[in-house]
Structure formats: structure tokens, C-alpha cells
Design a protein around this ligand. Structure first.
Ligand code: ZZB
Length: 262
């Protein structure tokens, strides 16, 4: 599977993460990025937050002299063979942090209309076995993201989040489709009666429908590719992110990747 990895620079750690980072002198003066794997680079204009699995373990990995990536160990292993390690084929781990402690960290999401930064939030269904374990969130076009944010707003105390990390960042229209209008995810969640991130079966169907309709019939509403078809814009937007140093190609070996349905 070929993903676009999106570099979300850490602008301010959560207190829990800061306390741990302070114990790691190797991080001094480094640019630290939460790195998210996506198949939808054209939707990056609509990023409203970043998701981690609260119980998953993340590592801080040196990539070169200046950059440190936050991702799962599994992803770091894959990255070290793709030029993202000081020594080819070896990971250089500087520290560990559990997802729960990353929640509340502020990151800069490339291309997002929320240019002052967005927050790291918890999502129950983040798989340790796919991508980087860091998921960038686009609630306009990803039903999983939309449903999870609704959960967080309904039960902020239960999920141990601050509403101020969610409420000021509503979904932004990015592309338009004939079937679902300019925000596929809320439309599909309503149509399929999805009330929570726990509605796994309906969410899998909604994701499939959103992917198909967006790719084959979507038209961009924002950015330099506004007015173009999604199919045409996808590659151009991805390349622009790569050229700007805000993203890169991330490959996962076939066969080692487990599907969400298991
Ligand atoms: C931004 C985005 C915008 C995404 C969208 C989807 C959609 P797939 O097809 O199953 O490979 N993702 C990435 N890593 C994980 C993970 N470890 N656990 C759970 N979800 C993960 O899914 C790839 C997509 O699943 C990625 O693309 C990412 O969310 C998420 F508008 O990134 B996406 C209709 C979907 N729309």
C-alpha cells in the first residue's frame, strides 16, 4: 500500500507529553512531527485535528540531524528502509509516549485552513497495524473522523478532552459530490444512521461509499485545484505537499498490513 505521509509539526506539547519530553535531552532543538498516513491528500485542506489511539504506544524516532517523527514502532521499522533514519535499516528511537499523553498536543497541519494549529485527540479505532498509528482527521470527508468527533463533543469528560480542542474547529467543505453534496461524511453518517465511532459495520460501508463517490465524481472546492476533478487534483496536491517538504511517499509491505475488519 502506498500512502502519503503528512508531517504535522508539534507546536506545543500537552502537559503530560511535555513532562516526558523534558527528560529527553536528544530532543532539544529538534523539529518534532506527528506523521499521519493518508490515502486522501486532496482532503488535507479540511484537517481539523489529529487522532491517536489512547492506549497505543508511540515512539519518538530520529530521522536525520534535524527531524524527529512520532509514530508506531512498526511504522518506524518501515520508514528506516525508505530513507527515514540516520542509518539505513536501523531505527533510532529517542523515547516513548503513550497515545493518551499526546492528547491535547497542538500541531500544525499542512494545507489546513486552521493555520494556527489543531489538536491531537483520542480515537478508539486507530489500528496499530496500519499506517503510522497517527491519523489526520478530515470530518467533512471521513465518516470515521466525523463520528468520532461527535462522540468527543457528546462526552468530553468520558474521553478526557477539552471541548475547546474540538468546538472551534468545525468541518470544512473541501470537495463536492453529486450524491452527498459538499460534506460527504456528515451526509453519510445521517443516511446510514451512524451515531458513534462504535458503529463499525455502517462506518466501513460509509467509508467505501465516500471513497468511491469522492474519487470518481468529486470536484475540488478549495485550493489551487478548485474546480478540477478529485481524480486529477489528487496527484497535483500530493506533489505540492512533497515539494514543500510537508509530506512524503510512505510504503507499507503487502501482506503485513491487516485490514480494519481484521
Ligand atoms: C485522511 C482522510 C480523509 C482519510 C478522508 C480518509 C478519508 P484504508 O483505506 O483502510 O487503508 N487511517 C490511516 N491509518 C490508520 C490507522 N492506523 N487506523 C485507523 N485509520 C487509519 O484507510 C486509510 C485511511 O484510514 C487514511 O486516510 C486515514 O484516514 C485512516 F476524507 O486520512 B484518511 C472515506 C475516507 N475518507
Amino acid at each position: 500500500q502506498e500512502y502519503t505521509a503528512v508531517k504535522m509539526r508539534v507546536a506545543a506539547w500537552s502537559p503530560a507529553a511535555q513532562a516526558q519530553v523534558d527528560q529527553l535531552p536528544a530532543l532539544q532543538g529538534k523539529n518534532v512531527f506527528m506523521v499521519a498516513a493518508t490515502l486522501r491528500p486532496e482532503t488535507m485542506y479540511g484537517q481539523t485535528n489529529c487522532f491517536v489511539g489512547p492506549t497505543l504506544e508511540y515512539g519518538l524516532y530520529a530521522i536525520n540531524d534535524t527531524d524527529v517523527f512520532v509514530c508506531t514502532h512498526r511504522a518506524a521499522r518501515n520508514l528506516c528502509y525508505q530513507g527515514y533514519s540516520p542509518v539505513d535499516g536501523k531505527v533510532c528511537q529517542l523515547g516513548t509516549v503513550v497515545g493518551r499523553d499526546l492528547v491535547g498536543t497542538k500541531v500544525l497541519a499542512p494545507l489546513s485552513q486552521y493555520t494556527d494549529g489543531v489538536y491531537v485527540l483520542p480515537m478508539e479505532n486507530v489500528l496499530a497495524t496500519k499506517g503510522t498509528g497517527v491519523v489526520t482527521s478530515v470530518p467533512s470527508d471521513s465518516p470515521d473522523d466525523y463520528a468520532t468527533l461527535q462522540d468527543l463533543l457528546k462526552k468530553p469528560d468520558y474521553y478526557q478532552i477539552d471541548r475547546a480542542w474540538v468546538e472551534p474547529f468545525p468541518a470544512i467543505p473541501v470537495l463536492s459530490t453529486p450524491a452527498y453534496g459538499d460534506m460527504s461524511a456528515p451526509a453519510l453518517c445521517k443516511q446510514l444512521k451512524i451515531n458513534s465511532q462504535k458503529d463499525r459495520v455502517q462506518l466501513a460501508e460509509a467509508k467505501e461509499l465516500a471513497y468511491k463517490e469522492g474519487f470518481y465524481k468529486g470536484t475540488m472546492l478549495v485550493g489551487p485545484c478548485a474546480g478540477q476533478s478529485v481524480a486529477d487534483a489528487k496527484t497535483a496536491i500530493r506533489q505540492a505537499m512533497i515539494d514543500a517538504g510537508e509530506g512524503f511517499v510512505y510504503n507499507e509491505p503487502e501482506g503485513l498490513v491487516m485490514s480494519r475488519s481484521g
